[in-house]
Design a binder for this molecule. Structure first.
Ligand code: PGA
Length: 246
């Protein structure tokens, strides 16, 4: 049976102090069963303290660079993250792709570098409203998935967590129906099967993201090809976060 993985994506919200307080408050009330991975992806400056404060929550970075060191002003390397014990990193979020012009090729390099360092990539993919409305979602996501897994072995591929996040549902309150989310996640599993094989496609974890809340998470997680959620807005408050995990 595949595990469930629920990760809060804090984006550019909160301070270090708020992050530590949040983790303490959540962990004092949280019980996570052994088949669930629960965590938060926090801004870089909070990673170290968040990691120290957390006992059971996974602490993920929201991005990384693929070179180990060098003249890359403003970037954070994988060895820096490893040094403070980070073992999950979100890559290819649509906000990184759109605002910071990250390409499929860069995301592939990050995916390769993270897997080499034994860190779990949470690889985001998803289409714009325009692509969705023109009926080209699967074609678009397939291109993103094929590019992201280029040069990655079967053994490493299973360790990637894929997050399907339709851009039109991110922060808009416009959640994809469970049927739409399930259908795309099923197609993504099929893409993984076509690149690798049945066993990889069966093992790989696929999350849905886009306006997930305590009120709608159950029907989303009940879908057979959806193994978890990447949650923005609803992961920022303690009660709402707890509502997502229980
Ligand atoms: P949202 O964000 O839950 O606020 O829609 C999801 C995400 O961008 O990961």
């Amino acid at each position: 049976m595949r595990k469930k993985i629920i990760i809060g994506n804090w984006k550019m919200f909160k301070t270090n102090t708020e992050a530590v307080d949040f983790i303490k408050a959540v962990e004092s009330k949280l019980s996570i069963d052994k088949n669930t991975i629960a965590g938060i992806a926090v801004p870089f400056v909070m990673l170290s303290d968040a990691k120290k404060a957390s006992k059971n929550l996974v602490i993920s970075a929201q991005n990384c660079f693929y070179e180990n060191e060098g003249a890359y002003t403003g970037e954070i390397s994988i060895p820096m993250l490893q040094n403070i014990g980070i073992d999950y990193v979100v890559i290819g979020h649509s906000e990184r792709r759109d605002i910071f012009k990250e390409t499929d090729e860069m995301i592939n390099k990050k995916n390769i570098a993270l897997l080499k360092a034994n860190i779990t990539p949470i690889l985001c993919c998803g289409e714009s409203l325009e692509t969705y409305e023109s009926g080209k979602t699967i074609e678009w996501v397939k291109k993103q998935i094929e590019a992201a897994f280029k040069g990655i072995s079967e053994n490493d591929a299973k360790k990637v967590v894929i997050a399907y996040e339709p851009i039109w549902a991110i922060g808009t309150g416009k959640v994809a129906t469970p049927e739409i989310a399930q259908n795309v996640c099923k197609e993504i599993r099929n893409m993984v099967k076509n690149i690798y094989n049945e066993s990889v496609s069966h093992e790989i974890l696929i999350q849905y993201g886009g306006s997930v809340k305590p009120e709608n998470i159950n029907e989303i997680l009940n879908q057979s090809d959806i193994d978890g959620a990447l949650v923005g807005g609803a992961s920022l408050q303690v009660d709402s976060y707890l509502g997502l995990i229980k």
